[in-house]
Design a protein around this ligand. Structure first.
Ligand code: 5GP
Ligand code: ZN
Length: 119
């Protein structure tokens, strides 16, 4: 598929298979895999296969990609049995919010009580 790609990007390398990941969902335009440093019993990252630096850039690209990520996040939570008690979908945008990988990703967190605000 024709989609933006960044050869230096960690998550583009996961999409291409150059770096392994524990994949839990694979669709034509999205990939979900376990976070390497999980913060909850369920902690999965859902990413577009194309390279977009943050969720705003992804949303601006249109084409329903953001909707697909949100629905993939739901599918991951349902599959993990975490949907009933609630789960969280988080996009960190920018360094001040904790974004460290500039290939947008939804954190899907669940399987334990989640407090608000997150800190
Ligand atoms: P951010 O801080 O950008 O919102 O989230 C980046 C996330 O990617 C972190 O939760 C971090 O643990 C995870 N991560 C970083 N490198 C890797 C990796 O190589 N593999 C996987 N599966 N997760 C990673
Ligand atoms: Zn990328």
């Amino acid at each position: 598929a024709d989609r933006p790609f960044d050869a230096e990007c960690l998550f583009c390398k996961i999409v291409s298979g150059a770096i392994p990941a524990e994949v839990v969902l694979d669709t034509p335009r999205a990939l979900a895999f376990r976070d390497i440093n999980p913060q909850a019993p369920l902690h999965v990252l859902v990413i577009p296969k194309g390279h977009y630096r943050d969720v705003a850039e992804l949303a601006a690209a249109g084409g329903g990609l953001l909707d697909e990520l949100v629905l993939a996040a739901r599918d991951v939570a349902v599959e993990a049995g975490a949907a009933d008690k609630g789960y969280r979908v988080v996009f960190n945008v920018g360094a001040g919010a904790g974004q460290t990988v500039y290939h947008t990703h939804a954190h899907v967190l669940g399987g334990r009580g989640l407090t608000w605000p997150p800190g």
